[in-house]
Design a protein around this ligand. Structure first.
Ligand code: ATP
Length: 276
C-alpha cells in the first residue's frame, strides 16, 4: 500500500532529520513509529503526505508516485491519506458533526465548502462514523465542549470520512490519560482491521505501541534501527533506540493507575497490560 524508498530529509537549518529510510507497508497493517525526541518520527509522517518535502527518495501510495506529483495531483492524493493529530485540530466553535463533515472538504468545490453544503450520502456516512466511534449523542455539541478522548474520536471520524487508504497518525494519545489512550489506540486498530486500512502511528509510549501495533519501527537519529514484531522489541533493542535515556520496564500491575501523561521516558508493557 505504501512504499518508502531511500527517503532522506535535511532541513534548511542543516538538521538531517532522516537518512535512507526504506519501509514497505502492506494493506491493513498498523505500524508504530517509536524513537526518542528528535529521531525524525514527525518528519517521516509529514514526508508521506509532503507537508514536509523530502530531500531525496521516493514514496508511492499504491501505484501513485507521491514524490513526483504536481500540486493539483498532490491535493487529490492527500484525500487518500487521513491525518489524525495530537492536538485534534478541530474547529472549536463548530459542532461535532460539522467538524466530521469538514473531512469531506478536500472533495468539494469552493462554493460548496464555503456554504458548507454536503451531499446527503456524505451526511449519512458522517452519522454512521460518529455512531461507530461512540459519539452519536454528541453530534450537535460544540467541539470545545468535549473531553480530550471525545475530541480525538471526532478527529478519527473526520479522517475516515475522507475514505482514506492510509492513516497518518501523529502522537494521537500524547494529551490523553492512560486509560483513554488505550481506548483510542484500540479504536484505531479496530477501524484499520474493519476497513483494511494501513496506518503509521508516531507514538512515544512503547507499551501502547507493543499492545496495539502489528509492527514497530524504531528510529534513532533519522535512521531505522529496528523494524519488526512488537514482541521482538526487547530491553537491548530499547536501549539501542533510546540510548543513554534512563528508561525502566514498567512493572506496575495496576493497569488503571495514573502514569505521567506526557512522560518522555518510553515504557515497556507490563504483563497485565498485554491482556487489555
Ligand atoms: N521545521 C524544521 N526546521 C528545522 N529542523 C527541523 C524542523 N522540524 C524538525 N526539525 C529537526 O529534525 C529533527 C527531527 O525532528 P522530528 O520533529 O521529526 O523528530 P520527532 O522524532 O518527531 O521528535 P518528537 O518526538 O520530539 O516530536 C530534529 O533534529 C529537529 O530539530
Amino acid at each position: 500500500m505504501l512504499t518508502i524508498e531511500s527517503l532522506s530529509k535535511s532541513y534548511n537549518s542543516g538538521d538531517k532529520a532522516l537518512t535512507d529510510v526504506n519501509i514497505t507497508l502492506p494493506k491493513g497493517q498498523v505500524v508504530a513509529l517509536i524513537g526518542p525526541s528528535g529521531a525524525g518520527k514527525s518528519t517521516l509522517i509529514r514526508c508521506v503526505n509532503r507537508l514536509v518535502e523530502p530531500t531525496q527518495g521516493k514514496i508511492f501510495l499504491a501505484d501513485t508516485p507521491i514524490t513526483q506529483l504536481n500540486s493539483g495531483q498532490l491535493r487529490a492524493a492527500r484525500r487518500r491519506m487521513g491525518m489524525i493529530f495530537q492536538d485534534y485540530a478541530l474547529i472549536d466553535r463548530l459542532s461535532v458533526m460539522e467538524n466530521v463533515l469538514s473531512g469531506y472538504l478536500g472533495y468539494s468545490g469552493f462554493w460548496r465548502s464555503f456554504l458548507r453544503r454536503y451531499p446527503q450520502d456524505v451526511i449519512t456516512e458522517a452519522f454512521r462514523l460518529l455512531e461507530r466511534v461512540g459519539l452519536e449523542s454528541f453530534i450537535d455539541k460544540r467541539a470545545d465542549e468535549l473531553s480530550g478522548g471525545q475530541r480525538q474520536r471526532v478527529g478519527i471520524a473526520r479522517a475516515l470520512l475522507q475514505n482514506p487508504q492510509i492513516l497518518l497518525v501523529d502522537e494521537p494519545t500524547a494529551s490523553l490519560d492512560p486509560k483513554t489512550s488505550r481506548q483510542i489506540m484500540r479504536l484505531i486498530k479496530e477501524l484499520c482491521a474493519e476497513r483494511q486500512l494501513s496506518a503509521i502511528i508516531n507514538i512515544h509510549d512503547v507499551s501502547l505501541a507493543q499492545q496495539f501495533a502489528d509492527r514497530i519501527i524504531g528510529l534513532k537519529s533519522g535512521q531505522v534501527v529496528f523494524d519488526g514484531q512488537p514482541d521482538a522489541l526487547d530491553t537491548d533493542m530499547l536501549t539501542l533506540i533510546y540510548g543513554e535515556e534512563d528508561w525502566n520496564p514498567q512493572t506496575d500491575n495496576d493497569d488503571e493507575k495514573e502514569a505521567p501523561v506526557h512522560s518522555s521516558k518510553p515504557m515497556m508493557m507490563s504483563s497485565k497490560a498485554a491482556l487489555v
